[in-house]
Design a protein around this ligand. Structure first.
Ligand SMILES: Cc1cc2nc3c(=O)[nH]c(=O)nc-3n(C[C@H](O)[C@H](O)[C@H](O)COP(=O)(O)O)c2cc1C
Length: 354
């Protein structure tokens, strides 16, 4: 059965998977506190590890009622393994399966999965076909434009996936050779949208504000957006985009206190899920995404990067709050020269060019 999320008459907003970041505690928290999401996606899960019922894969593929609907993202190049893993995901109660065709990480590429599938479109099509046939839950594919700018395969693949019964395609507007930087190719995304007109194609890459979200939708004609890093810079981004889509030009600003509270709650929930030491060490790379929007935070980041306990985290925050007063004006707002500069997004650059 097609979930109602796909038949929404408004643009779809989806949390992009980010290994090590978009863990279950984060997904539950962002839905509960910030909202605006149509569905979430787990971090990428190795299909073979899931077949072998390895602990790590089972943990990564876990979702809850509070994180529903959630798609489990699989990576592999082995057709029967991916189909079998999809059946496991279905039996576990996931809302759908997402197939990773974008990851450039050497570990994933070596297995022939992730973006390596883009180098062999016929194989990618057979793999997707097997997964669609293996399960009744919806199947989506998240891919890049191609391996390199002169090997663009996404439009051809999107058309083939649509014909096979894939329910949505998420397109990161970069090639594998671009990694995560350089301009997002809006024309490239639009070509994918046009190649698969019967299914929603969601645009991904560099959406960080409600303004550049609207720009991305307008320029590409995409049916929605998938957002990764922007969700950490600003967990309220999805609800702000919703608000902007309904014509509210000035979505509510989020206070420093709310950001800080959200960050702390993310860590507390990770401690509940993974234990104190593991959560605190994993959180070292997550915290800088949050603090980037808080004002001067170099020293705070340095301290958070050494935390092994929640008490140490609280001490680091307390010290930061004491130091932060010197950056504030009489109203408790950051003085102009201490305000964070906008997070870099190639979409802002492209919008300025016009
Ligand atoms: C640290 C990190 C981890 C990522 N992990 C995944 C992943 O597990 N699966 C996936 O499909 N994409 C992954 N991505 C790619 C993102 O989903 C997204 O396509 C990319 O970051 C561009 O979107 P954004 O600018 O909204 O972040 C990852 C990106 C980053 C930065």
């Amino acid at each position: 059965m097609t979930p109602t999320v796909f038949s929404a008459s408004r643009p779809l907003l989806v949390l992009a998977p980010m290994a090590g970041y978009t863990n279950l505690p984060f997904r539950e928290l962002i839905r509960e506190k910030a909202g605006g999401l149509d569905w979430t996606v787990t971090e990428l899960v190795n299909a073979r590890s899931l077949m072998e019922r390895r602990d790590e894969a089972l943990k990564l593929s876990k979702t809850t009622d509070k994180d529903s609907p959630c798609f489990v993202q699989l990576f592999s190049s082995v057709i029967h393994e991916t189909a079998e893993a999809a059946r496991i995901v279905e039996a576990q109660g996931a809302a759908g399966v997402d197939i990773n065709m974008g990851c450039p990480a050497p570990k994933v590429i070596k297995s022939g999965g992730g973006s390596a599938l883009l180098a062999d479109p016929e194989h990618a099509i057979r793999l997707v076909e097997a997964v669609v046939q293996a399960v009744k839950i919806p199947v989506t594919v998240k891919m890049r434009l191609g391996m390199t700018p002169d090997q663009i395969v996404a439009p051809k693949l999107a058309y083939a996936f649509q014909e096979l019964g894939v329910q949505a395609v998420i397109i990161h507007g970069r090639t594998r050779s671009q990694g995560f930087s350089g301009n997002v190719d809006l024309d490239g995304i639009r070509e994918v949208v046009q190649a698969a007109p019967k299914i929603p194609v969601l645009a991904n890459g560099d959406v960080t504000t409600a303004e550049n979200a609207l720009f991305m939708l307008k320029q590409t004609g995409a049916a929605g957006l998938s957002i990764g890093r922007g969700a950490f810079y600003n967990p309220w981004l999805f609800s702000q985009i919703r608000s902007a889509l309904t014509g509210n030009a000035h979505p509510p600003m989020i206070s420093f206190e709310e950001r800080l509270h959200f960050m702390t709650e993310h860590l507390q929930r990770m401690i509940g899920a993974f234990g104190e030491f593991s959560a605190c060490t994993q959180f070292r790379k997550i915290a800088p995404f949050y603090t980037k929007r808080m004002g001067p935070s170099k020293e705070l980041n340095r301290n958070l990067c050494q935390c092994e306990t929640f008490q140490q985290y609280q001490d680091a925050i307390a010290q930061y709050l004491r130091q932060r007063t010197r950056f504030l004006d009489e109203n408790g707002e950051l003085k102009p020269n201490y305000r964070p500069v906008p997070v870099h997004s190639s979409l802002d650059k492209l919008a300025a060019i016009g």
